[in-house]
Design a protein around this ligand. Structure first.
Ligand SMILES: Cc1cc2nc3c(=O)[nH]c(=O)nc-3n(C[C@H](O)[C@H](O)[C@H](O)COP(=O)(O)OP(=O)(O)OC[C@H]3O[C@@H](n4cnc5c(N)ncnc54)[C@H](O)[C@@H]3O)c2cc1C
Length: 377
């Protein structure tokens, strides 16, 4: 049984109030316009809800993974697209936190945390999604520099981030063992934004191609050794999948709350639909799934905090929580009947948003593959 610390409860309350005041009132508008929520990001920075996973000595908040999960659940409760700015940045900084040298952390993080900035994690390519061994972006070492060429796609904050963490191959013959990670700061010549995506959900989050044309970075910008990129990416995802799972719980919890409220109000056959056992059982199933998902998220996050990152548990939390978010939002929309299908009500956005949690940071087929491989070992 988890007991949150007073500090965790306090920050959870702060995030909840922030969501209520700053995110919920404007979420539909950002969804409609598909715009980055810059004012929200700035306010989050101002009150200490930004750079959550960056240690205090580099100017971040230095919160533990469970606290991060609590905050992300609250933010995603308000809008999953807005969460994208938080989660996408946290994801992109994790390789540097895990594998950067003291010098690299000091240099890149201290500058990064001075104001509200975005980071981008660039692994996916048009022909390399689930299969990272197909990455064709190439990094060629010439003297004490690398020249990087390639195209990344579906990158959160792609082309607009202040810092891109890019995975490129230094030896294509070695597949995933030839992948290497690099830090590319904004303003580096040759890095630009390609096609910006128009998404079905998660619309307040910016996703675009990143074009890398003869991008030159010093050897000092390489994270770890050549060939360690895949390991760095997987160690990163083993941690950050817990935060995606937390966000999925936020979406699912919002759907439950909206459905409960609506079911109590909507009268058909002379009484609120909440008095129909069919509706009650749907609500009970929804809340059970949300509670079970939250438990998994907290367990996986607690493992990270104990220094025992458990990739299988993170994959389980991500898979269960995102499948729950999808099912719960579909069922909650059903409780709203025809009104649920209308943009005027919050349900259709929640359902559109939920879908991405089953896809990004590794599809749920890939999560199941991770779980089954461990099971059958
Ligand atoms: C909104 C959004 C934000 C994103 N943000 C980022 C980001 O910031 N950085 C980044 O690098 N990437 C990002 N991505 C990319 C995302 O991680 C990939 O889309 C995802 O990993 C799947 O890759 P794919 O789309 O190429 O699908 P594919 O790999 O082509 O998969 C297609 C289908 O085949 C299934 N499949 C593939 N291989 C197997 C297998 N071995 N066994 C069973 N089924 C399999 C998949 O599960 C899926 O259902 C983002 C994507 C989206 C949509």
């Amino acid at each position: 049984m988890f007991e949150l610390t007073d500090e965790q409860k306090e920050i959870q309350r702060l995030a909840r109030d922030f969501t209520k005041k700053e995110i919920i009132p404007v979420a539909a508008e950002y969804d409609k316009k598909a715009e980055m929520p810059w004012p929200i990001i700035q306010k989050a920075f101002d009150i200490g809800l930004w750079n959550l996973n960056v240690p205090e000595k580099y100017g971040g908040q230095g919160v533990d993974c469970l606290t991060e999960a609590l905050i992300y659940e609250e933010i995603a409760y308000g809008c999953l697209g807005v969460f994208g700015a938080f989660g996408g940045t946290g994801l992109a900084l994790t390789p540097l936190l895990l594998s950067g040298t003291e010098e690299q952390k000091e240099k890149f993080l201290t500058a990064f945390t001075k104001s509200a900035k975005l980071a981008a994690f660039a692994l996916t390519e048009p022909n390399a999604g689930s299969d990272a061994s197909s990455v064709s972006t190439r990094a060629q070492k010439v003297g004490d520099e690398y020249t990087i060429n390639g195209v990344k796609c579906f990158i959160t904050h792609g082309g607009i981030a202040d810092l891109h963490t890019v995975f490129a191959s230094t030896d294509r013959s070695k597949g995933i063992k030839g992948l290497t990670a690099f830090i590319i700061p904004a303003g580096t010549t040759g890095l630009s934004m390609g096609k910006k995506e128009d998404k079905m959900g998660d619309r307040a989050s910016h996703i675009a191609e990143v074009l890398l044309e003869d991008v030159r970075v010093p050897v000092a910008n390489r994270l770890g050794n050549e060939g360690e990129g895949f390991k760095i990416a997987m160690r990163t995802l083993d941690i950050t999948r817990t935060t995606i799972a937390a966000a999925a719980v936020g979406v699912a919890q919002r759907a439950v709350d909206e459905a409960v409220r609506y079911a109590k109000q909507r009268v058909q056959f002379g009484k609120p639909i909440a008095e129909q056992q069919a509706i009650q059982f749907m609500l009970a199933d929804m809340v059970m799934a949300v509670l079970a998902s939250r438990s998994l998220v907290w367990q996986a996050a607690a493992k990270v905090d104990a220094g025992q990152v458990d990739g299988v548990l993170s994959a389980t939390a991500k898979c269960v929580a995102s499948d729950t978010a999808m099912k719960v939002t579909v069922d909650a929309l059903q409780i709203f009947g025809g009104y649920g299908y209308m943009r005027e009500y919050p349900m259709e956005k929640l359902m559109r948003d939920a879908k991405i949690t089953q896809i990004y940071e590794g599809t749920n087929q890939i999560q199941r593959q991770i779980i089954a491989t461990a099971l059958l070992k």
